[in-house]
Design a protein around this ligand. Structure first.
Ligand code: GCO
Ligand code: MG
Length: 419
């Protein structure tokens, strides 16, 4: 038997129907930038994959366009695993957010195609339903504690069972997670990074007071979450985690940067507040120790930034061995295509914890028709084949790319800090 290069070898029999004949990278900005990959088979089945990397969109678009698309044409769309291995193992330069977002887009588009060919929703291909709907958490934020508490009240009225809460920090001009009055929170606001100032002592004073007030105003039943957004050192994070214990958080997120995975051991030694981390991870290797040593409770790495369903499924299975549950990133900078795929995954994955859910605007949802919907605190996927989200290409073409970058943070003395 001779080995042929898959992308040039003729595809035979029924495989011929599955041959990839088109792969197109689409950048659109209906209120924010999204990068989408469209894959089409010879028989006309279309699959959609999200490749959005906030503030670095064009890097992924170029990686796809220049280095991935030429390898896709002629391949068998049914060879999902082999295609993943080709782009990951086959490539000398591995990992990193740009590469893994590009691979994710291919992978999700291929799973979408498989679902459509089989006439089955994606969760069914993964092994079927484990639950009726995916518990989600919304974002409540306010310039001060009172405003944040009002926001929590609004989300409770909408039926949310879990809410992430953030409030302004007195003396800090632009605290993480706080929106400009009346607008939804979108951090990538300007062409060049906005400069923000960070003060750990001021933040450590206010954060426990926020949750004390939220429990007083809203009782014990609602699940509360909080995002530290990588701002603390491990010992500061340990102090915060301990001071939040009386308010029984669902989780404390991204307490400290996780390049040094072992640093989470310090937080663990001092507190039983559950820990979540990983929205910036793009590989199982970024969290191997964190999971193996049970240094975290929830892994946030989601489909679009970590090589798609094929890789995140491995990650979730590995996490399950250590009683770590999923809590996928779901900010608005992940497109509805990623949300659709993530929700199918959530519907199946046995060790599901929670799913983040920030609302895409109506304008965004017009570009990405979807069949998932919110009911009583949970998101429910539809039963259409594949992941249930597509794109209106004509509409997308009306919204050209707008350069936007994420902010940076400095300490009060001007030194750079983690944003
Ligand atoms: C979250 C995240 C976001 C990120 C954003 C960056 O928990 O939702 O921290 O707010 O900052 O996705 O692109
Ligand atoms: Mg976060």
């Amino acid at each position: 038997m001779s080995l042929s290069t898959e992308n040039t070898a003729p595809v035979q029999g029924s495989h011929r129907d599955r041959e990839i004949v088109e792969a197109k990278v689409i950048v659109t900005s209906p209120g924010r930038n999204f990068v989408t990959l469209k894959i089409v088979t010879r028989s006309g089945v279309v699959g959609w994959g999200d490749a959005t990397l906030n503030g670095r969109e064009l890097a992924v678009a170029a990686y796809l366009q220049e280095h991935v698309v030429p390898n896709l044409i002629g391949r068998d769309a049914g060879r999902i695993e082999d295609t993943w291995q080709f782009f990951y193992r086959g490539a000398y330069w591995r990992r990193g957010p740009v590469t893994m977002s590009a691979i994710a887009a291919v992978d999700v588009a291929l799973w979408d195609i498989l679902g459509k060919m089989a006439g089955l929703p994606l969760y069914q291909l993964l092994g079927g339903r484990s639950r009726e709907g995916a518990l989600v958490y919304a974002h409540a934020n306010g310039r001060d504690i009172a405003e944040a508490s009002d926001e929590v009240g609004k989300y409770r009225e909408l039926g949310f069972l879990a809410i992430r809460a953030q409030c302004g920090v007195p003396g800090v001009k632009k605290a993480y997670g706080i929106s400009t009055a009346g607008k939804p929170y979108e951090p990538a606001e300007s062409e060049l990074p906005a400069e923000t100032v960070w003060s750990t002592p001021r933040y450590l004073d206010i954060a426990p007071r926020l949750f004390e007030q939220l429990r007083a105003d809203h009782g014990d039943e609602i699940e509360l979450l909080h995002d530290v957004h990588h701002r603390l050192t491990p010992i500061e994070a340990a102090r915060l985690a301990r001071s939040l214990e009386p308010y029984r958080l669902f989780w404390m997120e991204d307490a400290t940067p996780a390049e040094n995975q072992q640093s989470f051991a310090l937080i663990r030694q001092h507190s039983v507040t559950p820990l979540a981390v990983g929205e910036v991870f793009n590989s199982i290797w970024d969290c191997k120790q964190l999971i193996e040593q049970q240094l975290i409770d929830y892994i946030r790495t989601t489909i679009v930034h970590a090589g798609g369903i094929t890789h995140v499924r491995r990650l979730a299975d590995f996490a399950a061995l250590h009683q770590v549950r999923t809590g996928f990133h779901g900010a608005t900078d992940l497109s509805p295509v990623c949300m659709g795929a993530a929700l199918h995954f959530d519907t199946w994955v046995p060790n599901f914890g929670i799913q983040e859910y920030m609302f895409h605007s109506e304008q965004m949802l017009e570009v990405f028709p979807r069949d998932y919907e919110f009911r009583a605190g949970r998101l429910h996927v539809g039963d259409s084949p594949g992941h249930g989200v597509s794109m209106d290409e004509k509409l997308a073409a009306r919204y050209p790319y707008v350069p936007r970058q994420l902010p940076v943070a400095r300490l009060e003395d001007g030194a750079m800090w983690d944003w």
